[in-house]
Design a protein around this ligand. Structure first.
Ligand code: NAP
Length: 319
């Protein structure tokens, strides 16, 4: 099969398309024929060496969707020819086939395309975990999705809206803000406008928001603390460096700053999150938005694009 291989950490150009051996499943494993691959910022961080040592060569990628090709002994919940989405894998998803633990493979409802299926794993599990496991969101609360135009943010808008929260989302471009509105945000703000946090305070009648899902904490965390309601929670989803904050801003509000990483969620937490996501895909509440499609050979271009401003849903690779 063809697969992207990384021979050493570096820029997007270290990814090359190679011919490698087809994977074979052992007990409790599944091989999926990949129809579409989701590109996430974490794929670029891993490629660049920011997530610690790896043995080379390796195939990057965590998300994909496709059809079950082979199952090993003891695999019960999927069968050959089932349509599935993949959330995490043993062999890397930037390939024509991917080897997974059975627990990393989830049924793909009929109304969800393979391209959409490739946009579920990292973004939707992160959005769900941030809202409920870490943010303890309750219906009726107000959530600011700070960076709502990309993969995680657009997922969070759909999930939060379907669960009865008041949703305020931000985007940096007109196109991105339209997506945020179309996916269900009650209010949309431009995170580059000088007065957007004043607008936010007006929208909440001076109260502030109960929860913030923060995609760029190194830029926003200090400002976030000033627009939190009493007992408010900021969930740090993304951060690309250090930031200065005034801790006193948390004191008068009894407010929390809560970090999160799906990489450190337990297996039981991950499994519960995917049960909720499959239900949301089945009932149509969750509808991954595909912004750009590229071929697998264009993985390097996809990694350049994912790190640039102007997010719009998901970038998908097609093998
Ligand atoms: P993405 O699709 O590239 O989206 C990035 C988002 O950040 C866009 O909505 C972008 O808006 C927004 N943004 C840019 N500048 C901003 C600013 N000044 N203020 C607020 N938002 C701003 O990436 P993603 O897949 O959604 O991931 C978002 C972040 O979460 C990344 O840093 C990623 O590494 C991280 N992440 C963490 C976890 C975890 O487990 N903790 C899991 C998944 C992702 P515009 O482009 O419209 O300006």
């Amino acid at each position: 099969m063809k697969a992207i291989q990384i021979q050493g950490f570096g820029g997007p150009e270290v990814m090359t398309l190679e011919q490698i051996a087809d994977p074979k499943p052992a007990a409790g494993q599944v091989v999926v024929t990949v129809k579409a691959i989701g590109v996430n910022p974490v794929d670029a961080y891993i490629r660049a060496g920011l997530y610690g040592d790896r043995s080379f060569p390796f195939t990057p990628g965590m998300d994909a969707a496709g059809v079950v090709k082979l199952i090993g002994p003891d695999v019960k919940h999927v069968k050959v020819n089932d349509s599935v989405y993949v959330a995490g894998s043993l062999s890397g998803t930037y390939a024509e086939q991917v080897l997974c633990k059975a627990s990393q493979v989830h049924p793909l409802p009929e109304k969800v395309s393979f391209e959409q299926g490739a946009g579920i794993g990292v973004p939707y599990s992160t959005a769900y975990f941030a809202l409920f496991n870490r943010g303890h969101a309750m219906p009726g609360e107000i959530v600011l999705i700070h960076g709502a135009s990309g993969g995680v943010g657009s997922a969070a808008v759909q999930i939060a809206r379907s669960r009865g929260l008041v949703v305020i989302g931000t985007g940096g471009t007109e196109k991105g803000r339209k997506l945020v509105k179309d996916e269900g945000a009650h209010h949309v703000l431009d995170h580059h406008a000088p007065d957007y946090l004043d607008q936010l305070m007006k929208l909440t009648e001076g109260q502030g928001v109960d929860i913030i899902l923060e995609m760029l904490a190194n830029v926003n965390l200090g400002k976030d603390l000033k627009v939190l309601a009493p007992r408010g929670r900021v969930v740090v989803v993304g951060s690309r460096g250090p930031v200065e904050i005034d801790p006193r801003e948390t004191m008068g509000r009894n407010a929390d700053i809560r970090g999160m990483s799906m990489l450190y969620a337990t297996e039981a937490e991950v499994s519960a999150v995917h049960a909720a996501l499959v239900a949301g895909l089945e009932n149509g509440n969750l509808r991954p938005v595909i912004g750009q499609k590229m071929s697998l050979a264009e993985a390097a271009r996809a990694h350049q694009t994912i790190m640039e401003p102007g997010a719009y849903g998901k970038i998908i690779l097609v093998p």
